[in-house]
Design a protein around this ligand. Sequence first.
Ligand SMILES: [Zn+2]
Length: 126
Amino acid sequence: MNDNLNSTTQPLTRKEIKDLKVLLQFTEVYCRVKHEGAKLSITTTEPELQALSLKKHPVCKECREFLLYAMQRRLCCPLDDKPVCKHCPVHCYKPEYRQKVREIMRFSGQYLIRRGRLDLLWHYFF
Ligand SMILES: [Zn+2]
């Protein structure tokens, strides 16, 4: 039995990088409108996460914790050929964070439509 934690860390695929960039973008929009307080960009030493332009998406402390959690879950997902997370049998997010993802996606999706930023949604859905 190999329980070396590091062995579960895989490089991110292009699809995962895209998914996480969407999550960063949507969380930034959500945070900018809904949250007060100082916005800072996320810093992480994970080499896999350096591809994500984290500096472009400053968010509040609460959202930084949420995003780091979400990114860690992606790095450690046990399913090799991932189904879309919505259909994933593992459900790796904690319930409170699953709720938050849904709220962020719904809020920011509507916000971007109202602002005519369909280009950002286009990247999300296609
Ligand atoms: Zn926030």
